[in-house]
Design a protein around this ligand. Structure first.
Ligand code: 5HY
Length: 263
């Protein structure tokens, strides 16, 4: 199976760190293609960055070979539902994947994220995903996202200290890493804290494999059906939906044929 991991920010070095982490857990036969958005912010640290990152995300889903599953590798899960509208292949957000994985291994978890101003975004996701009963607290380290990308920075010590505080104060059994840029810190933190540290990039890879393995695809009945064909104006004219993509028609046809021939 082909899993396309999309970094919605434009920092290629962060994408490479995610690709390495994703490949480290991918099953035999799973090919990981990691891409970096070609338009948008170098780092996503607020509502505006998120909103404008979605065009680049859509481009990465619509351009190139169709994948069996897509991963949105930004902890805000920007454009997750819009992405699920334009493809029938499963789309995983790393925040959603990490929170579900944490809920399987601990009754309570805390999220440790970057800037204070993005903390509210993670809190919204906790509610959207029905994780209020599991997520005890979202903690900010006030670390800019790109600070995580500088090996010489003291970012990992700051994150370790915040995780320790969560362990001491939040009555939790696990920690969710609140940024794709923290993907490489799992071993460093687990060695020192001896609790499950959940990284959304690797969690999303394993959930994507599970969904594809079960033959599950995003429902096209209801709110995640392909966008209705209509005219778009201005800068976005070329993004005007044209209904069900040809590739999907071909895929649904193959499903029908297979069903009919019971293959
Ligand atoms: C992320 N921003 O995972 C989010 C983290 C955050 O560019 N990649 C980003 O702070 O919301």
């Amino acid at each position: 199976m082909l899993i396309k991991l999309i970094n919605p920010n434009t920092t290629t070095s962060m994408t490479e760190a995610m690709r390495v982490a994703a490949c480290s857990v991918a099953a035999q036969g799973t090919e990981i293609v990691a891409t970096t958005s070609r338009s948008g912010a170098a780092s996503i640290e607020g509502h505006y960055d998120e909103a404008l990152s979605i065009i680049g995300l859509v481009d990465e889903i619509q351009d190139g070979a169709a994948a069996d599953a897509y991963i949105i590798a930004c902890f805000g899960d920007p454009g997750l539902l819009a992405a699920r509208e334009i493809t029938a292949a499963p789309v995983l957000g790393i925040a959603e994947a990490a929170m579900h994985a944490a809920s399987f291994v601990a009754t309570g978890f805390s999220v440790v994220t970057t800037l204070e101003r993005t903390r509210v975004i993670a809190e919204h996701l906790v509610r959207n995903y029905g994780m209020e009963h599991h997520c005890r607290r979202v903690r900010a380290t006030e670390l800019p996202v790109l600070e995580l990308d500088r090996p010489e920075s003291s970012a990992r010590e700051i994150i370790l200290a915040e995780c320790r505080a969560a362990l001491d104060e939040d009555n939790v059994g696990a920690i969710v890493l609140g940024c794709a840029g923290m993907t490489g810190l799992v071993a460093f933190l687990e060695d020192r804290l001896q609790i499950p540290i959940i990284d959304g990039v690797t969690a999303a890879v394993k959930f994507a494999e599970a969904l594809v393995g079960m033959g599950l695809r995003t429902s096209k009945h209801g709110d995640l059906a392909y966008p209705l064909p209509k005219t778009y104006a201005g800068k976005l004219a070329s993004y005007a939906p044209r209904g069900q993509p040809q590739s999907a028609k071909r895929f649904e046809k193959s499903l029908e044929v297979n069903a009919r021939w019971n293959v």
